[in-house]
Structure formats: C-alpha cells, structure tokens
Design a protein around this ligand. Structure first.
Ligand code: HEM
Length: 491
C-alpha cells in the first residue's frame, strides 16, 4: 500500500531519510548515523517473558520497566518482552522491539513500512466476541478495504455530529457541575469520577449515536458502567491495576476473562443502538456500504472503546492537573476564557484560547491516554533513532511507550516538568509535530491511508471547552485525581 502525499507530509518529523534528520529545524546540520545491532534479548523461552512480565506489572511498573532498559542498553531502541505471556497466553508472542524516542516512534505512523492488522493492544487480541464477531476499524490495517469504509464512516459521524456535540457537551457539563457542587455542600468534598463518566457517556451517546440514553431507563442508569465492565475485560491482561500482588498477577494477568461475563450488558447496549440510532445506522448501510451488524458493532466500539474509553482516561488527568495546581495557572486561564471567545463557547471560540489549548496539549504530552502503540514491520527496513540506525526484519513487532517518548529530552526542554505555556507561540507550534497522543503528530490529519485517531481535533477542542466552561462558571477549583474539595463561584 503506497503512502499518499498528505500522509507522508503529516509524518515528516520522524520519517527516516538517507541521512539523519535533526529533530528540530534549529538543530545542527545532518550527519550519517552508525548502524547498530538492536541491543537486548528475549531471554530463555518462558522464563524471559515471565521475568519481564513480573518486572512490568509488579517489581517496576511500565514506566520504570522501559526507563531501566534504556539505561541498561544505553539505547532508546532495544529488544524486550511485554505482557501478556505464559501460562495461558500461549498463542501470544511477547517479543517486541521497543521504540522510545520521538524519531524511532514516528516509524509507527509510516504505513508504507509498518502494518496495523490486529495490533491495537500488541500481539494479544481480545476475543472478537467482544465486538459481535466483527473485526472493528481499530484492528484493521490500511490495506484492508473495510478499513477505508469504516474510517470514513467514523469521520462522517463526527462531522455530522459537530453541532449537537457542542451543545451536548455544554448542557451535560451543567448537570455534572451541579451534581459535584451539591455533593460538596453535603459532604465537604465530591468524588468526580462518576459524574464525569455520566457526562462523557451522555454527550457521546447523543452526539455519535444520535440517541438519548433517557429513552431506556437501564441505559440511562448504568450504560456507562456496562461500558466500563466491557472495556475492563478486554484490557485486563495488558494493564497494571495496582492492587495487592501477587493477587493481581494470579487473578488478572494470567488468563483472559470470557465475553460471557458481559454478554448481557453488551446485548442491552446493542439493542439500544439498534432501536435508537436509526439515522446513523441508515447512513452506515446506504452511504458506506456496511452491513447492519457491522455498523452497529463498529458504532458501539467507537462509542465505548475509542471515545468513552479515551475521554474516561484523559479528562481525569486534565481535571487533576488543573485542580491541584498552586502556581497561579487557574488565574491565567480564568482571565483568558473570560476575555476571549465572546459570550458563547464553541469550537471556534476555544480555538482563540492559546493558553487553554497549550494546557490541553501539555496534559496529553505528560499523560498520553493511550500510552502504548504497536505496529508490525511490513517489510525489512532501517529504523532510525536520534543516534543510530537499526535493521528491522519483516514481521517484527514494534512497541512504542508514549509516556517516555513524549519526554524525549532531544525535543522537549525540561521534559519532566509541566509547563502550561509550552505549546504557545511559534516555537510551541513547532513542537506540535512531536505530540503523538493520537497515533500521529498533532499537525497531521486522520485519513483512510493512516491510523491516526479519527477524532484528533474533536478531543482537543472538547477538552478546551471543558476547561473554558469550568472557568467561566468558577473562579477557582480545588481537588486532586479523584475528588473536588472546593469550588469558588464566579462573581
Ligand atoms: C480522549 C479521547 C481519545 C483518545 C485518547 C484517542 C486515542 C486514539 C488512539 C491512540 C488511536 C490509535 C490506536 C492505535 O492504532 O494504536 C485512536 C484511533 C481511533 N480513534 Fe480515537 N481517541 C479518542 C477519542 C476518539 C473519539 C471521540 C472517536 C470518535 C469517532 C475516536 C475514533 C477513533 C477511531 C475510529 C480510531 C481508529 C482509526 C483507524 O483505524 O484508522 N477516538 N484513537
């Protein structure tokens, strides 16, 4: 599959060339890089993967796991194993080549040299039963004809929903903050996770499916919990939860839990979408040539996994970063959101809010909501890091851990620090080419010839509206990663 001009341009920052390309235009002139054997090993069969799995989930945790190996091999590219592995994941090959700097990571976006078939969460593929025996868009490679149809369908849903999207976000934010305020006045502090997830579920269901959860009492009451359970069962084997060890290893990381445990929930969600989402389903079938089953399961995956899952991870880190800040950031945000954008909030008005957008980007940089990305070599090729070139063989699985890639000291000054204004001004806009949270640079565009998040711009603008709404309503918000302890209403 050949790369189109636009996708080639969109990935320019890390695309390898005959000579080294410096990460930023102001860096020294290009030099030829040395060819290096990829350091690291997969260890003894069974023992290597188990030892790496225990480090990853238990003794080190993902961040330290990758950091320690960068130090050990003095390289941001190395061989290692990532979970899940033995005993009950015999068909999963844990061997990967880790790519942990901005330049080597960017190879994951070049669809000419890598493929993305069934690698959404690595070599492990959750049972296709979770999606009604349909392989949904996120698991398809760009060379599979169904990918184009489904990606176009996803982008069409977003485009058509944009008007409802804004009003649904704002209307449901009213409800969310009313609930939080009333809980603070009753108990002195309010856990915001449940009101936040209800907000996310409701605005997404109304905008993406065109359906009101209130039309089904069961879905209105527990639709978001159904999605949480469905997501958890698919992802458990690959995610560190942080409960008491070795219980987590024994019970959560040793086998995949069956779909049967959530089949009742999924059936209810399916029926709800089938009955209430008629207009979107009709378009899927008539305009994109999808079968009714394919449309419903893909719509449910986009709603539940891509959208609800993504926002459920991202928004708490945004709230927590701002609510716990003690550096005067809230005052600056407050000033900007009240000065700019006129009386109503919408996508156009938040585009004017430079600081708010920069805060959104900086939170995405430091806490990328989907930290791991994978891609398989489509052919033999040479992979470049900042300092070396490595031979990659067709079929090898590349694994990028964004949390470290987004702290690449060759690109980001003081990479570990939260700098709210990092992405402001012209220097800041250049850095957007290195912001990869959406499986592509922030300067790129999702298309059928790449695997970049279909909602790349919606996510950023929605998060900006979320902040702007909060600071038009409040002068200050105090809280942490799970609770709001105080809000001071705007005068
Ligand atoms: C904060 C929220 C979100 C985050 C963090 C996020 C992140 C991502 C990432 C990292 C990928 C690439 C996964 C991979 O291939 O490794 C992706 C793909 C995708 N996302 Fe999002 N996403 C979010 C919201 C949404 C929303 C609201 C939609 C609604 C349409 C959406 C639709 C998609 C689709 C359809 C794909 C698959 C693209 C393809 O197969 O070409 N995402 N997203």
């Amino acid at each position: 599959m050949s790369l189109t001009m636009s996708s080639r341009m969109s990935i320019s920052p890390g695309v390898p060339s005959a000579q080294d390309e410096s990460p930023l235009p102001s860096s020294p002139p290009p030099t030829t890089l040395p060819l290096r054997t990829i350091p690291g090993s997969y260890g003894w069969p069974l023992l290597g993967p188990i030892s790496d799995r225990l480090d990853y989930f238990w003794f080190q945790g993902p961040e330290k796991f990758f950091r320690k190996r960068i130090e050990k091999y003095k390289s941001t590219v190395f061989r290692t194993n990532v979970p899940p592995s033995f005993p009950f994941f015999r068909n999963v090959n844990p061997n990967v080549v880790a790519v942990l700097d901005t330049k080597s990571f960017a190879h994951l976006f070049d669809m000419e040299i890598v493929e993305k078939r069934n690698v959404l969460v690595g070599d492990f593929v959750p049972s296709v039963k979770f999606t009604g025996d349909v392989r949904v868009c996120a698991y398809l490679d760009t060379s599979e004809p169904e990918h184009s149809k489904l990606k176009n369908f996803a982008m069409d849903i977003l485009k058509r929903s944009s008007k409802t999207w804004v009003s649904e976000v704002l209307g449901n934010l009213d409800t969310m903050w009313d609930t939080i305020e009333s809980n603070i006045s009753k108990s002195g502090s309010a856990s915001y996770i449940v009101p936040l997830q209800k907000f996310i579920f409701k605005f997404l269901t109304k905008s993406l499916v065109g359906a009101d959860p209130s039309s089904s009492p069961d879905i209105a009451e527990s639709g978001y919990i159904m999605l949480d359970r469905w997501l958890a069962l698919q992802l458990l084997p690959t995610v560190k939860i942080g409960i008491l060890q070795p219980l987590e290893e024994i019970f959560l990381h040793s086998w995949a839990y069956p779909f049967l445990l959530v089949s009742g929930d999924y059936r209810k969600l399916y029926e709800f979408v089938r009955k209430e989402g008629k207009e979107v389903l009709r378009r899927g079938e008539t305009e994109f040539g999808l079968s009714s089953e394919e449309t419903i399961h893909n719509l449910l995956f986009v709603l539940g996994f891509n959208a609800f899952g993504g926002f459920s991870v991202f928004l708490p880190s945004l709230v927590s970063t701002i609510a716990s800040d003690t550096t005067g950031l809230q005052e600056k945000i407050r000033q900007e959101v009240r000065e700019k954008g006129g009386s109503t909030l919408n996508f156009d008005s938040v585009k004017e809010m430079e600081l708010v957008l920069s805060v959104v980007y900086e939170v995405l940089r430091l806490n990328p909501p989907v930290p791991l990305q994978y891609a398989r070599a489509r052919k033999d090729f040479q992979l470049r890091s900042h300092d070396s070139v490595y031979d990659i063989k067709k079929g090898e699985l590349l694994c990028g851990y964004q949390t470290l890639v987004m702290r690449d000291p060759k690109v980001f000054e003081e990479p570990e620090s939260f700098r709210p204004d990092r992405f402001m001004n012209s220097n800041g806009s250049e850095l957007l080419s290195y912001l990869y949270w959406s499986n592509g640079p922030q300067t790129g565009s999702p298309s059928v010839s790449n695997k970049q998040c279909a909602a790349k711009d919606y996510v950023v603008l929605t998060a900006a509206m979320f902040i702007a709404y909060a600071f038009r309503r409040y002068d200050s918000i105090t809280g942490d990663s799970s609770s709001i302890t105080a809000v001071e209403k705007a005068n």
